[in-house]
Design a protein around this ligand. Structure first.
Ligand SMILES: [Zn+2]
Length: 283
């Protein structure tokens, strides 16, 4: 067919082909240089750093895990019994189980975690992943799956402590501790514990080695800790934890400690640096 066309018509077809080819090139260029977040939304505000186009991690990804939620008592798992330390509240001088009263451990954990997430989002370019952002049950397995799916750099599980037994609570125990499993966890735990105690001025109970806690055991190895901010069974700390200003202080402490750890340890993938150098060279 093409042999039957006039010279003018042939040059028109060639010009159209060139335009289509250029259009495809431009489309490919823009689609590879934009960012998409995990849920597929375009996100230019939380730019995670230079896009190398090869899945390189150019900024830390922070996983925040607010302990418990919904009917979960953590170790018991979802849907197994609402009673437990989570639901123990102080009524006058007595301590009672009361699942209907809102300020219990899971709520304190979420309050501190949400504030922590806000600090990372407003003060850094890091990606933040929350394992839950409201009062619902998330299994321990699911929490680990979320961290793995998002390839989190660090895993910060936020909890509060309780002391006692089925015979009754022990209101004398107080203070802050951080649980860890191995040496990398231990380094992160050390930074977070120090910065947190400095902010909230509670008794420093130090770092506690634990190798039987699912969320810090099951990770493909990444620095993972459980921060126990205070004791819900201590009246002073229960009062503190109920206060949004104290929750903010605790969040700042955990944020500072994590930042100190990352300042000392975090190295972006080398392709991130190559990409930055390339883009600078083009300017
Ligand atoms: Zn807990």
């Amino acid at each position: 067919m093409i042999g039957l066309l006039s010279k003018k018509a042939r040059s028109k077809i060639v010009a159209a082909a060139i335009l289509i080819f250029l259009g495809i090139l431009i489309t490919l260029f823009f689609s590879s240089s934009s960012f998409a977040t995990h849920d597929g939304e375009e996100d230019s505000k939380d730019d995670p750093g230079p896009d190398t186009g090869d899945g390189s991690i150019c900024e830390p990804i922070i996983c925040i895990d607010p302990g418990h939620g919904g009917t979960a008592n953590g170790s018991a798992g979802c849907g197994i019994g609402a009673a437990g330390w989570d639901d123990m509240v102080q009524v006058g001088k007595a301590w009672k189980y009361n699942s209907s009263r809102p300020p219990n451990e899971k709520n304190f954990n979420l309050g501190i975690s949400s504030r922590l997430s806000g600090l990372f989002t407003s003060l850094t370019d890091y990606d933040v992943v929350m394992t839950r952002n409201s009062d619902y049950c998330v299994s321990l397995k699911r929490r680990v799956q979320i961290a793995n799916a998002r390839n989190c750099t660090v895993f910060l599980s936020v909890h509060n402590n309780a002391a006692g037994s089925s015979a009754g609570i022990n209101p004398r125990e107080s203070g802050t501790e951080t649980l860890y499993k191995d040496s990398e966890d231990g380094e992160l735990a050390g930074y977070v514990q120090a910065a947190l105690v400095k902010k909230i001025h509670r008794r420093n109970r130090g770092l506690i080695f634990r190798d039987n806690l699912y969320v810090i055991n099951k990770q493909p190895r990444r620095p993972s800790i459980i921060v126990e901010v205070g004791f819900v069974t201590n009246s002073t700390e229960f009062y503190n934890l109920s206060n949004p200003r104290f929750q903010q202080l605790a969040a700042v402490g955990i944020f500072n400690g994590t930042q100190n750890y990352l300042d000392a340890n975090w190295v972006a993938d080398s392709s991130c640096f190559n990409s930055s150098i390339d883009s600078l060279a083009k300017k």
